[in-house]
Design a protein around this ligand. Structure first.
Ligand code: NOJ
Length: 509
């Protein structure tokens, strides 16, 4: 432990590098995977009876919102190139593939009353191909692409939305419970609600500055919990799968030692992490007290007659509490938090949070403006979650790094190695981490950034009609980590040639 602290201190003092040299191994049962999401890779946005999603509507109505004009209409064309995708997973030697099902592809208007068999046929083939090659499918039910039909009824702000989600989940569980043992209900409720309803950063881009983002949070958490309880009641005994949720769990450190910034970082942790963690993963359940009191006070000042944050009833608290077999952690970066000096004129989430974020000046920048490398933050968030939330079982369901196009992605290779080293240290210090998922298997549509920020282990040539995929340096480095189960900062491949090597152990779930 002392050695660990010394190492950690080294990391904290002004460096984004990982200097600890002890070789640590990932345990045998630790699982490695790679991830994607339907809208970002599939393309075929209106093929074979697929319904329109909120992302289709968002980018078609306002094409200028996508910085390079390349949207998900064709994307990486995984709808047609899924065989090659599985081949890439085999080249990497991963244990599982995390992908999402597009709700409007299988239920075009969102309701189970009309099922699109052709849409399901695509997932049937993908799942079959994965299983044939010993790769576990990890299925996300919802990764930002609500059927537009349901959005026209209010989307996630409609109190019925949690029921819509449960009904959709039932159709998918019925179809795949015998084949899929790892499930994620929803991906990043904060992005769905705060960015999608509270701002115009993500679809549906409504920029509602009032109560809607918080209503959405409640409904998404209820939808998640209803899907979890459904699986628990109907499928768990027979199929023995695990159901979790993926939360955005970046780390928040105070900008300096001042009291005012200590309070600001507390707010950031409770608004950005606690709002989703406490209802599911704490003994008391419910939204964090700090969020409840802060939003209630602000609401009153802003002239609302009730708090913008909806109440959870005792029944809802019980339904949500404990509704996860594992916590999916999406971790990318760290923010340094200051009390905000901005005057927020209109009610908004930002006004309630009242904190400004920055990042270490010397931390290495990725292509995305919000992303800088600070591996110590992964260590700290793991330790923090263990302490605050009583050692949840976790899987990193996303971690990644963006670059410009090009195959020699040394910065991604370094980033993966440094973060995995930080993770090994956190595991040595008691973190129950069962797996790691690289975001992303291949370049894809980074939402409104289009293809200007590349996250892939494999490059996709978006100009070629065949959307050719080519392994980057990081793909070989990741493959080597999976094979050796350790992180060797010196290892370099002799060429960028990647081949399928047979695995002798199949990961046990
Ligand atoms: C998290 C989201 O789940 C994913 O869709 C996105 O591409 C990555 N972050 C990178 O921004």
């Amino acid at each position: 432990m002392r050695v660990v602290l010394v190492c950690l201190l080294n990391l904290l003092i002004g460096s984004d590098g990982w200097t600890d040299t002890k070789i640590r191994k990932f345990p045998k049962q630790f699982m490695f995977g790679a991830a994607s999401a339907a809208y970002q890779v599939e393309g075929a946005w209106d093929a074979d009876g697929k319904g329109e999603s909120i992302w289709d509507r968002f980018v078609h109505d306002s094409p200028e919102i996508v910085v390079d004009g390349i949207n998900g209409d064709v994307a990486s064309d995984s709808y047609h190139l899924w065989r090659r995708d599985v081949e890439m997973l085999r080249e990497l030697g991963v244990d599982f593939y995390r992908f999402s099902i597009s709700w409007p592809r299988v239920l075009p208007n969102g309701y189970p009353t009309s099922i699109n068999e052709a849409g399901f046929a695509y997932y049937d083939s993908l799942i079959e191909e994965l299983i044939t090659h010993g790769i576990h499918p990890m299925v996300t039910l919802y990764h930002f692409d609500l059927p537009q039909y349901l959005q026209d009824l209010g989307g996630w702000t409609n109190p019925l939305s949690s029921q819509w989600f449960e009904d959709y989940a039932r159709v998918v569980f019925d179809r795949y419970a015998d084949k899929v043992k790892l499930w994620i209900t929803v991906n990043q409720p904060n992005t769905i609600c705060i960015d999608g309803y509270g701002s115009n950063a993500m679809a549906p881009g409504l920029n509602l500055k009032s109560k809607e983002a918080y209503e959405c949070v409640k409904n998404v958490l209820l939808g998640h919990a209803k899907a979890y309880r459904l699986y628990e009641k109907v499928y768990k005994k027979k199929h023995d799968g695990n159901v979790g949720i993926s939360l955005a769990l970046n780390w928040f450190d105070p900008f300096d030692n001042s009291t005012i910034n200590a309070e600001a970082v507390e707010r950031a942790r409770e608004f950005e992490i606690g709002m989703y963690m406490r209802p599911i993963f704490s003994k008391t359940g419910d939204f964090p007290t700090l969020v409840k009191t802060t939003v209630a006070k602000k609401s009153q000042e802003q002239g609302f007659t009730t708090s913008k944050l909806p109440t959870l009833t005792p029944e809802e608290i019980t339904l949500i509490k404990g509704s996860a077999d594992f916590l999916g952690m999406n971790h990318y970066t760290t923010f340094l938090v200051k009390a905000s000096n901005k005057q927020h004129m209109t009610p908004s989430y930002a006004a309630d949070l009242h904190a400004d974020y920055s990042q270490g000046a010397q931390w290495k920048p990725a292509k995305s403006p919000w992303l800088k490398s600070a591996p110590y933050g992964l260590y700290k968030v793991c330790i923090y979650l263990n302490k605050e939330y009583d050692y949840p079982t976790m899987i990193i369901t996303e971690h990644g790094w963006s670059t410009a196009a090009g195959l020699g992605d040394q910065s991604r290779a370094d980033n993966i190695r440094q973060y995995l080293s930080a993770l090994l240290l956190a595991m040595e210090d008691g973190t129950e981490m069962r797996g790691y998922t690289a975001w992303s298997l291949m370049d894809n549509i980074e939402w409104t950034a289009g293809t200007s920020e590349r996250f892939g282990l494999y490059q996709v040539d978006f100009d070629s009609p065949t959307k050719e995929r080519t392994a980057r340096l990081s793909a070989l480095v990741y493959k080597n980590i999976i094979e050796t189960r350790e992180v060797d900062p010196q290892w370099e491949p002799s060429s960028l040639n990647i081949k399928i090597t047979s695995k002798n152990v199949k990961a046990e779930l």
